[in-house]
Write a protein that binds this ligand. Structure first.
Ligand code: PLP
Length: 400
């Protein structure tokens, strides 16, 4: 018979979230009376707001007309790419540098096709698991060895270094995934930090994949929302972003990736041209309906709605954070991001996860699932209906 991709065999049993779902289901089976509340996953819960929703409906309606029908959209509607450049990048990119996608995760998964299995991959530790799991699937890392994957360079981001990595640990001519605001810690890099990151990457010939999926949660106007606020990043970075967490499009699926024309490989070839080739080969463009919603989201009324939605989740984050702090639990995050990163010194993350599930019937995410430095931490997610979040906060008092 055909043999299995060793990358799949190297993946540690169970992606973090299916594992959490499995444990939640087992608890629910044992305790059918329990009213479990989830503060575990990064899935949005609130309805899409009216102006943006009308954009989606109008795009669907147009598809049913001769004059409004359109087929494959390839790299995306030009009008949407132009609007993204204006709204998020002060117009500094041409539409040819912005590729519309079906979401940031999907593009993160496809991006490593550009670099292949022999490129060294580094990540912030802790970080969104897809960077590492995607690297293992393509053969750039693996197998699992106790606390991490062989071949992945984990750059610790802890309280001791202000959640910003030691840049001397960046690989030479490798790939570095950097997420700000960070999932799971909520840490948001300053302009000086991003400047230092860009200089170090340029010096080492390393390419940064900057994940800005939570940029619309930034409220401190001094903090950069994009790596391209550092002009030199045009020669060393790709940025992925998404409407998932800002417009509630987790189920609609719409994102984008910026690949500047100046970005080249060591051999001088343009990364932009290759990304166009990858997308054209294995991706036929984002949904026209989703793009109609995206255009509406970037109109003034839509921008107001995105602000309202992200304000709502930040309100939840504030409640969770103060409930935890009230119990004397030390935590960070939640002010520029929908995640709170809580420390349980000396404890195993999965053990704390089980304790919170059993004593409070609240599902969380064990920090160790995000990398070795996540051990002894728990991530609380602010995605939830307000009454459920309030109830969960009350129940957390059972931990005292
Ligand atoms: N990047 C980060 C850091 C995330 O936390 C998530 C989702 O949780 C994504 C990307 C996925 O975004 P999308 O829904 O656009 O695929």
């Amino acid at each position: 018979m055909i043999s299995r991709n060793p990358g799949i065999a190297h993946l540690k049993a169970g992606y973090l979230f299916p594992e959490i779902a499995k444990r939640r289901a087992a608890f629910a089976k044992e305790h059918p009376e329990a009213k479990i509340i989830s503060l575990g996953v990064g899935n949005t819960t609130e309805p899409i707001l009216p102006h943006i929703n009308r954009g989606l409906m109008e795009a669907a309606r147009r598809l049913g007309t001769v004059e409004g029908y359109s087929g494959y959209s390839d790299e995306g509607l030009e009008s949407l790419r132009e609007r993204i450049s204006q709204v998020f990048y002060h117009g500094q990119f041409t539409p040819s540098e912005i590729f519309i996608s079906d979401g940031a995760k999907c593009d993160i998964g496809r991006l490593q096709l550009l670099f292949g299995a022999r490129t060294e991959v580094a990540v912030q530790d802790p970080s969104y698991p897809v960077y590492v799991d995607g690297s293992v699937l393509i053969g750039a890392a693996g197998p699992w060895s106790g606390t991490g994957y062989q071949g992945i360079r984990y750059l610790p981001c802890t309280a001791a270094n202000g959640y910003f990595p030691d840049l001397s640990l960046l690989p030479e001519k490798g790939l570095f995934y950097f997420c700000s605001p960070n999932n799971p810690t909520g840490a948001t890099a300053t302009r000086e930090q991003l400047g230092a990151l860009v200089s170090a990457a340029r010096q080492k010939g390393t390419l940064i994949v900057f994940d800005a999926a939570y940029s619309e949660y930034i409220r401190n106007s001094a903090l950069p929302k994009s790596i391209f606020e550092i002009p030199e990043a045009r020669t060393c970075a790709i940025e992925v972003n998404s409407f998932s967490k800002s417009a509630g499009f987790t189920g609609v699926r719409l994102g984008w990736t910026v690949v500047p024309q100046e970005l080249t490989y060591g051999g001088g070839e343009k990364v932009n041209a290759d990304w166009g080739r990858v997308c054209g080969t294995i991706f036929n463009g984002a949904s026209n309906i989703a793009q109609g919603g995206g255009l509406a989201a970037l109109e003034p009324e839509g921008l107001k709605e995105m602000r309202e939605l992200t304000d709502f989740y930040l309100g939840n984050a504030k409640l969770i954070r103060s409930a935890l702090q009230g119990l004397g639990i030390s935590c960070v995050g939640g002010d520029e991001s929908p995640y709170i990163w809580a420390h349980f010194p000396g404890r195993d993350s999965w053990e704390v996860f089980s304790e919170i599930l059993e004593r409070c019937q609240v599902v969380t995410t064990p920090g160790s699932g995000f990398g070795p430095a996540g051990q002894s931490f728990i991530r609380f997610s602010a995605f939830g209906h307000r009454p459920a979040v309030e109830e969960a906060c009350e129940r957390l008092s059972h931990l005292s």
